[in-house]
Design a binder for this molecule. Structure first.
Ligand code: GDD
Ligand code: MN
Length: 420
């Protein structure tokens, strides 16, 4: 492996001193920023203010601008013993962080931090992050979206929209616990146990996707996470490296995070609904063959239609319980017959509501002059939405079933439930 940590080579048995946090700074072409950043980091009063000393590991991926050489000089000189340099080939920020995490654990640091080299993150915000760890958090997240957090005044709207959309994708598609607000900022402190518990082999992310992978690991691992307000700044020197490829990767990673994300749940819901429609039609045809074979439009055919609707409701109910909302069943243990009966009654209610919504929407839209088939179709779409909302919030909501909320503890720290 291309990674080499100098102190490791100099002193064969290097171990981190106790109560020392290691700040990982990934760099690629940060020659204009890195020495100023290191000067600021090493002059912070971390010991006095938080009880923790601060060491730094720069993970440089052969920056052509000589970032590595600058750090090499400082690691052998002014900051010897406190500054590590790890070098590798460029495989993206996610990979750089993953490898640096591995090194930090090997070196024996109790707390590991990360920040960008470009002054997006204010060095003095290291203090409140370490304070949060000292106060009992397993993870402290530098957050723009917690009260007191700031995004830069000169940030273009496009960028604000981009990170908002990214967060919504991470929550909706990825299913990350909404209790955590900041999902993508690379400014954090973590106890080593947290990192040691993460299976990095599970997700291969080189860009922003790595950040949501980490965020998800914190919330689904059941750790105490505290969001610390930080101000975020536009980079000081050099250029940002985010690309379209990163966006695609981000979506791919989000899809890999949780099988019970709202998006995947909705997809399952729609699949079951579609199958229910087929079952409904098949049941109607079959019943007609059996009971009214030679009555062409018959006066009694409505009875069969009602029966077919009931059959499809039962069909949907069964699949929603076992498949669509399986987390509901899993989280709270086996379902008793009483609970199943209560849910069935609720689902009958939701289905009646669905019919009503289709009818009302039809009346409203057709009165607005919408073509009648389109009016009916709009009604169906609306009704499916209503049905999904009721099903996921009032019938099969696993959070309600077990009374789970990501409980806020000391100073706003949240303890997340371990995913089962
Ligand atoms: N070692 C290494 N290898 N470092 C890298 C690489 C790489 O391949 N790519 C980027 N870096 C370093 C940069 O030098 C910088 O210190 C940091 O990682 C962030 O890179 P930027 O290029 O400044 O990223 P960004 O500004 O687009 O995104 C940052 O903010 C986002 C949140 O808004 C990153 O911190 C993202 O992770 C974060 O999601
Ligand atoms: Mn940046």
């Amino acid at each position: 492996m291309a990674s080499a940590i100098q102190p490791d080579e100099d002193h064969a048995k290097w171990t981190a001193p106790a109560r020392t946090a290691l700040m990982i700074v990934p760099t690629y072409n940060e020659a204009g920023n890195i020495s100023a950043l290191l000067d600021e980091l090493f002059s912070l009063p971390t010991r006095e203010r938080t009880g923790w000393d601060l060491h730094v590991l720069v993970r440089d991926d052969r920056s052509p601008d000589g970032t590595g050489e600058i750090v090499e000089g400082l690691a052998a000189g002014a900051y010897a013993g406190r500054l590590h340099l790890s070098r590798g080939t460029k495989q993206g920020l996610g990979k750089a962080l993953e490898l640096a995490f591995k090194s930090s654990l090997e070196l024996g640091y109790e707390v590991v931090m990360t920040m960008d080299a470009d002054f997006s993150h204010a060095p003095e915000d290291v203090l409140p992050l370490l304070e949060a760890i000292e106060g009992g958090a397993d993870v402290a997240v530098g957050s723009r979206y917690t009260p007191g957090g700031l995004i830069p005044g000169d940030w273009p709207l496009s960028q604000i929209v981009r990170t908002r959309v990214a967060s919504q994708v991470a929550r909706g598609v990825g299913g990350i616990d909404p209790g955590l607000r900041e999902l993508t900022t690379n400014f954090r402190a973590m106890r080593r146990e947290v990192l040691a518990s993460i299976d990095f082999g599970r997700v291969v992310a080189r860009g922003y996707g790595f950040q949501i992978f980490l965020a998800n690991a914190f919330t689904s691992g059941g750790w105490v996470v505290k969001e610390v307000p930080i101000s975020f700044h536009t980079r000081a020197n050099g250029v940002s490296k985010a690309s379209v490829k990163d966006v695609l990767e981000f979506i791919r990673i989000a899809l890999q995070l949780n099988d019970d994300s709202p998006f995947k749940q909705l997809v399952r819901f729609l699949l079951v609904g579609a199958s229910g429609t087929v079952v409904n039609l098949a049941a109607l045809w079959t019943l007609r063959q059996i009971f009214l074979p030679e009555d062409p439009v018959g006066d009694s055919v409505w009875v069969l239609s009602a029966a077919a609707i009931q059959i499809s409701i039962l069909w949907n109910f069964m699949w929603h319980t076992g498949f669509t909302f399986r987390r509901y069943r899993r989280e709270g243990g086996a379902l008793g017959p009483r609970q199943v009966a209560v849910n069935l009654v609720k689902f009958e209610g939701a289905s009646a509501l669905t019919q009503t919504v289709i009818f009302l929407a039809f009346v409203v839209f057709s009165n607005l002059g919408v073509f009648y088939l389109l009016a009916q179709a709009l009604g169906i779409v609306t009704a499916v939405g209503v049905n999904y909302w009721v099903s996921s919030h009032y019938i099969w909501d696993w959070r309600r079933r077990i009374g789970a909320v990501s409980a806020a503890g000391f100073g706003g720290a949240k303890e997340f439930r371990r995913a089962t």
